[in-house]
Ligand binder design. Structure first.
Ligand code: HBI
Ligand code: FE
Length: 285
């Protein structure tokens, strides 16, 4: 796999860097503890059981920023995944190659105390608190590996944008129906105080049953809460739809079809609830 761009100084050819856990300051560990306490209090009753189970079996409630080596030992024993440190966003082909090999890339830096509510780049709290607990769930872990393998194929078909939407509306901002109730599972939601409330309680966004093709056609905004959330019935169903999908003909079908706006509802949608779309864009995230 020839990796595209050249990695930054100090990074290996696969863009990984040492986590250098010993170099975190007490203040940095303190930011993690503040975020962890606030989010776990907020998420009670709102987040999927699998996420809470992952927090528990990976012992993420221990104080301070997790040591990726220790975390990877526990995770590998459960689903074969490991967590590796990277300087920040990595090129798509590098990203997919890591996922396809069950390596989750996590930023090692943590946000400043004055950035508790929003930051552009994913930091270690978004990546490890948001993404890693579900990697302890076998069906989700297999979905993420299948997603990575699909990503490498999508590059060859020039269908990266379609696949990035699938990631966005599931891994980052997905909702799941659990015993009849809606619960959070997307990393972008569970690592955000405000969106953990908005995504379940606000009347503004649409909430629509997940459909692979529908999601791959649907645009998204990166700088605000979602205008639509897609709801899956189980991680097994998500894995099956993705692992079993033959993306080649699917991309062919999608070729001729128009993109769908983030706030749109189609006649073919199974709508759980139609949003008022009243959320003002300028509200802090
Ligand atoms: N790099 N470190 C990092 N983390 C991501 O989530 C990430 C990335 N590079 C590309 C990427 N995500 C997107 O292409 C995916 O959303 C598809
Ligand atoms: Fe993320």
């Amino acid at each position: 796999m020839s990796l595209s761009a050249t990695p930054p100084p100090g990074a290996r050819s696969d863009w990984t860097i040492p986590q250098a856990w010993d170099s975190y300051t007490a203040a940095e560990h303190g930011v993690w503890d503040t975020l962890f306490a606030r989010q776990t209090a907020m998420l009670k009753g709102r987040v999927s059981d699998a996420f809470l189970h992952g927090l528990d079996v990976l012992r993420l409630s221990e104080a301070g920023i997790p040591d990726f080596g220790e975390l990877s030992e526990r995770l590998t024993a459960l689903t074969g995944w490991q967590v590796v440190a990277v300087p920040g966003l990595v090129p798509d082909d590098v990203f997919f190659d890591h996922l396809a090999n069950r390596r989750f890339v996590a930023g090692r830096f943590i946000r400043r105390p004055d950035q508790l509510d929003y930051l552009e780049e994913p930091d270690v709290f978004h990546d490890v608190f948001g993404h890693v607990p579900l990697l302890a769930d076998p069906a989700f872990a297999d979905y993420m590996q299948a997603y990575g393998a699909g990503g490498l194929r999508a590059i060859r078909f020039g269908a990266l944008e379609k696949l990035a939407r699938l990631y966005w509306y599931t891994v980052e901002f997905g909702l799941i129906r659990q015993r009849g109730d809606l619960k959070l599972y997307g990393a972008g939601i569970v690592s955000s105080f405000g969106e953990s409330i908005f995504a379940l309680d606000d009347t503004s966004p649409n909430r629509i049953a997940f459909d692979l093709e529908r999601v791959m056609r649907t645009d998204y905004r990166i700088d605000d809460y979602q205008q639509s959330y897609f709801v899956i019935d189980s991680f097994e169903e998500l894995r099956r739809q993705t692992a079993d999908a033959d993306f080649a003909p699917l991309y062919g079908q999608l070729e001729g079809q128009a993109d769908i706006a983030p706030d749109a509802i189609l006649p073919s949608d199974r709508v759980l609830n139609r949003g008022t779309q009243r959320h003002a864009r300028d509200r802090p995230r």
